[in-house]
Design a protein. Structure first.
Length: 630
């Protein structure tokens, strides 16, 4: 049996020149670019990423060992650090450097690194300050824009949030600094308790989870086991505090990725990866949620790398997973510099579903995953399929409610967006972003309910889903309403059908009422239920036709008189129905009604020729010859 793997490397890695005595490899996580720098004579540089076909190749003067190298966001300026107190900026024309127009910026401090915050703005972070400069190529100079003087031991950078986390020389505190174009904002420091011990840079990872900047801090607990403390930056004025703790249950070396809002903690000694979802419930203590892995740790799926070969079949080699040469970057990047490969780490949701037995927790998990929709629909379909025996009703009810809670929020948000738009402003309404997993009625109808049509428990399941919709103020749509009606009629559950219509739980529309009427030959109760629905939506025209078809001509005429313009009522239609009823008293009453209407309208009881009522006048004269002759 094949081992299940819920984490896998991208099928086509980005290949680059492997690190060696002649080649150094650098990675810029802002642009997802790998720099393979080959020394000796002129320095040759090959830049790849973020895709395999994104390649820039050029040469530079060999002016010393490169410590860091990064392109500006538009690849027009290359920043290179060779010395501990200077950064060089090289302008590009196309994909080639203008080496004679380089700008060297030197400071009186130890430069830890630099980050691009705009196409022409770079932040240089040293042991004593953070400074933003504008690069002006045409003047071959840097212009100071903003600075913040602060003692720094080390820093980490989160490119998604534009936040640098610095270890301050002041009490070894960890301070987030928001660095954007022309601005530096010092945020409240991390609330880490009364500790003065320095946090090691290697123990800190920055990332983003559910749209919030997070600091992952690897720490040992009182039992000696390693844990990941998760500090969330919940707002600009709020100090980042410890909100979650991930219990790893191991000791040794760890590295962290984030994939689809999951925190993936890799353990080198056991060659396994642990998955955590901070959106799921966990053990609570002092405002902190403690999480265990979603499932027991498993290895990344084995990866076979294709080797250059003249053989048409090619050759492959098995890559060493969790290698000592692996370096991980956020959010989901794995680089093996010795092998010369860069992968993106991916989540295999389908495989993961087979490892989570708790269907309610699995539902909560899948509702947060980018590719969770089809997997969740498949899970629900399996629960109601042939093996269903009624024991899963409480679980199904909870799952329906969780699905419809998301659905209702989306519907409400959509309505608010549309109603907020002034009617006199003709602009395209921008809808809010949809939830990661939005399962609408039509999805449930197509993938879950239709396949179980006319089975023993289908009625129960449909009614359960309908009540869940009603609980979340969502109106049932036509396809679902018709299927529920069909199942209720098939099971002769007429009292339930009457209840659903009386409480407006089904879609109230002319097509649905007519669908009910089409089944009226099954039982007389269905016809009355249809009339009740038509009455609620004031579809008087259809009710009149139904009453006429049933021979209830007087009732139809009474409704027509109360709901329509009296002068527009067709005499021929009602007289024809009265004649077909074969009740002389009914025909007499209807005929007299229209005679009196004629008298009121035109001063005579006679019908106009255009009304085509001659045959009914003759029929009446045959019934009551003395009355007409008089």
């Amino acid at each position: 049996m094949e081992t299940l793997h819920y984490i896998e490397l991208s099928k086509c890695p980005i290949r680059f020149d492997a690190a060696s005595q002649l080649t150094n490899v650098f990675f810029d996580d802002s642009n997802c670019q790998i720099f393979a720098v080959r020394s000796g004579g002129a320095t040759g540089v090959i830049v790849k990423g973020p895709t395999e076909d994104s390649v820039i190749s050029f040469c530079m003067n060999d002016r010393g060992t490169i410590r860091s190298i990064k392109f500006s966001p538009d690849n027009k300026i290359l920043a290179v650090q060779r010395r501990e107190n200077a950064v060089e900026f090289i302008c590009f024309q196309g994909e080639q450097p203008l080496l004679q127009e380089s700008i060297v910026h030197q400071i009186k401090a130890l430069v830890y690194g630099f980050v691009w915050v705009h196409t022409r703005e770079v932040a240089i972070i040293s042991n004593s300050s953070i400074e933003i400069f504008t690069v002006i190529p045409e003047k071959r100079q840097l212009r100071a824009v903003k600075s913040l003087n602060i003692g720094i031991k080390w820093f980490a950078w989160c490119t998604v949030s534009n936040i640098a986390l610095i270890c301050s020389t002041d009490n070894n505190s960890l301070v987030p600094i928001l660095i954007k174009q022309k601005s530096i904002t010092k945020l409240p420091k991390l609330e880490m308790g009364n500790t003065n011990s320095e946090v090691q840079e290697s123990k800190v990872t920055l990332g983003q989870v559910y749209g919030t900047m997070a600091v992952f801090l690897l720490q040992a607990n009182t039992e000696g086991m390693m844990e990941v403390e998760v500090y969330l930056l919940n707002g600009p004025g709020l100090a980042p505090r410890k909100c979650h703790v991930l219990r790893l249950g191991h000791v040794g070396r760890f590295a962290i990725n984030t994939v689809d809002n999951l925190i993936v903690v890799h353990h080198q000694a056991s060659a396994t990866s642990l998955l955590f979802d901070i959106a799921l419930s966990g053990e609570q203590a002092n405002g902190v949620t403690y999480h265990t892995p979603i499932t027991p740790g498993r290895s990344i799926r084995p990866f076979a790398l294709k080797l250059p070969s003249l053989s048409p079949d090619g050759q492959t080699m098995q890559c060493e997973l969790y290698s000592m040469h692996w370096v991980l970057f956020q959010p989901n990047i794995v680089i093996d510099a010795k092998l010369g490969c860069m992968w993106y780490l991916n989540l295999n949701v389908e495989q993961l579903c087979t490892l989570i037995s708790d269907r309610i927790r699995l539902t909560e998990f899948l509702l947060q995953r980018t590719s969770g929709k089809q997997a969740l629909l498949k899970i629900v379909h399996q629960m109601v399929d042939e093996q269903y025996n009624g024991t899963l009703l409480p679980v199904l009810e909870t799952i329906f409610n969780k699905i419809n809670k998301v659905y209702a929020s989306w519907v409400q948000l959509e309505l608010q967006t549309q109603t907020a738009q002034p009617s006199n402003v003709k602009t395209t309404i921008k809808l809010p972003p949809a939830p990661k997993v939005l399962i609408e009625q039509q999805d449930m109808f197509q993938y879950v309910f239709q396949p179980i049509s006319e089975r023993a428990n289908t009625e129960t399941i449909l009614i359960l889903y309908l009540y869940s919709l009603n609980k979340h103020n969502i109106a049932a749509q036509e396809d679902l309403s018709k299927m529920i009606i069909s199942e209720l009629i098939r099971n002769r559950s007429f009292d339930t059908l009457r209840h659903l219509v009386s409480y407006s739980l089904l879609l109230e529309s002319k097509p649905i009422a007519c669908f009910l009427l089409s089944h009226s030959d099954v039982d007389a109760a269905i016809s009355q239920i249809a009339l009740d629905m038509l009455s609620k939506i004031e579809a008087h025209d259809i009710i009149i036709e139904v009453l006429l078809g049933q021979g209830k001509v007087v009732d139809a005429l009474r409704l027509a008189r109360n709901s329509m313009n009296n002068d527009s009522i067709s005499a021929r239609k009602f007289l024809e129905a009265a004649q077909k009823a074969k009740d002389d008293l009914v025909f007499h009453s209807v005929f007299k009604y229209f005679q009196l209407r004629n008298l009121r309208q035109r001063g005579t009881m006679d019908f106009l020729k255009t009304e085509q009522c001659a045959e009914f006048v003759q029929y009446y004269s045959n019934l009551y010859p003395k009355e007409l002759s008089a």
